[in-house]
Design a binder for this molecule. Structure first.
Ligand code: GRF
Length: 193
């Protein structure tokens, strides 16, 4: 038995869609119960709807109002695990405390390098030879939570931000599924971290 997942997005939603498909194809044993966006214009919402997934927009500006509605929705849907996938809002310490080790995020760099926004641009500017992606538990810092797993991408001299982002995204899709699979197994063995 997998998780009852909620996926939180703000934009394109390619990681979200990839997780939805892996659940639908039984690659994962979890179920995506709902996709939530803080941005009503998030194109990912339509992609979820097309897959028959329930969606919700929570666009409250004030964080306490936002989180009150979010918590209500998570309760209603009996969610026991949250995946952030391009979700561009910072959650409060109180909320994260309630979801400790039950909320993960994906970031397009090998953390702790290039935290925060524009991680791919920063990798190009620093002329690093390798970058990649990281999945980590979410804590109160930005991209500082315990690292679960990472995948590496070689940076070529000819790479620009756009094509490097594409290469990283491919690895993100692989990594997210792999990590959920591992966490499902731990959960089933009663070994939640
Ligand atoms: C990904 O690069 C992810 O690492 C970052 O935001 C982007 C989201 O892409 N946190 P998508 O919305 O999943 O396509």
């Amino acid at each position: 038995m997998g998780f009852n997942l909620a996926i939180l997005i703000s934009g394109r939603g390619s990681n979200m869609l990839n997780i939805v498909d892996a659940c639908n194809n039984k690659v994962l044993s979890s179920k995506v119960k709902i996709v939530i966006s803080n941005n009503k214009n998030s194109v990912g919402l339509d992609k979820a709807i097309k897959r028959g997934i329930k969606t919700k927009i929570i666009s409250e500006n004030k964080i306490n109002k936002f989180e009150k509605k979010l918590s209500q929705t998570l309760n209603d849907e009996k969610i026991n695990f949250i995946c952030l996938a391009g979700f561009m809002r910072i959650l409060s310490e109180d909320f994260l405390f309630d979801w400790k080790k039950k909320i993960i995020n994906i970031h397009p760099s090998i953390l702790p390098a290039f935290k925060g926004l524009n991680a791919v641009k920063k990798a190009i500017e620093k002329k690093v030879k390798y970058t990649g992606c990281t999945i980590h538990y979410v804590d109160k810092g930005i991209d500082t939570g315990e690292i679960i797993d990472q995948r590496i991408v070689r940076v070529l001299k000819t790479d620009n931000e756009e094509n490097l982002a594409k290469k990283i995204l491919k690895e993100e899709h692989i990594l997210y599924i792999k990590v959920i699979e591992i966490l499902e197994k731990e959960h089933n063995n009663g070994k939640d971290r």
